[in-house]
Design a protein around this ligand. Structure first.
Ligand code: TMP
Length: 224
């Protein structure tokens, strides 16, 4: 099973990914938590370039190709092998981030981005995506205080430095994507406390795992 978390800065994706990892490990599953950008060795280099404020003055096209390069490497070197070895993979951001940030945020064409994403992932799609929805004002406040707590230099806040209307477009974009992909994307109110948000996630995942197991069992019964 492949599960992704999406949302604007400060929505609590990494906290929820970690809670879900613990829950699944307790149930005896092998789990990999990973992230974009930065989930592969190449990705770690790209993440530094992409998030640094004082790096090269990236054009939106150059930015897009770096995110796509990060994902191609991540899918082929990390996600696909982990899924093939039977692990559950949880990724903090995936293809929907490109649609929301580059498509809605940077106002690039959605059709072409969908096509590029599809070449990029080569058939690997999330079974379930949690969209942690939050107002950009709250998200940015949380992200900036987290950066201060974790001593993340303010020079690494390229996206936090974007204007509020950029983040508002990204949030609206995510909500639109969720209406288009209702089977895959579960929208949650990330303004609630983390335990309440996690309870919703746990229920959905447990239910999806049960369905998955039943499908596998009925398939193997048919084969017999
Ligand atoms: P985060 O992982 O700390 O949330 O930061 C990653 C940043 O990169 C975030 O601002 C969203 C942005 N991003 C894109 O613009 N496009 C993408 O395809 C991905 C994966 C991330």
């Amino acid at each position: 099973m492949f599960i992704t978390f999406e949302g604007i800065e400060g929505c609590g994706k990494s906290t929820q990914a970690e809670l879900l990892r613990k829950h699944l490990v307790q149930q005896g599953h092998a789990v990999l938590v990973t992230l974009e950008p930065g989930g592969s060795r190449l990705g770690a280099e790209l993440r530094r370039m992409l998030l640094s404020l004082d790096s090269i003055d990236l054009t939106r096209e150059a930015e897009l190709f770096l995110y796509l390069a990060d994902r191609a490497q991540h899918v082929q070197k990390v996600i696909r092998p982990a899924l093939q070895s039977g692990r559950i993979v949880i990724s903090d951001r995936f293809t929907h981030s490109t649609l929301a940030y580059q498509g809605y945020g940077r106002e690039m064409g959605l059709d072409i981005l969908q096509q590029m994403n599809s070449v990029d992932v080569n058939g690997i799609l999330p079974d379930l995506t949690f969209l942690l929805d939050l107002s950009p004002e709250t998200g940015l406040r949380r992200a900036l205080s987290r950066n201060m707590e974790k001593n993340i230099p303010s020079s690494e806040g390229r996206f936090e430095a974007e204007a509020l209307d950029f983040h508002t477009r990204v949030r609206q974009g995510y909500l639109e994507l969720a209406t288009l992909e209702q089977d895959r994307i579960v929208v949650l109110d990330a303004g609630a406390d983390p335990e309440t948000v996690f309870e919703e996630i746990r229920k959905k995942v447990d239910q999806a795992m049960k369905v998955d197991k039943n499908v596998l069992t009925s398939q193997s019964t048919k084969v017999k």
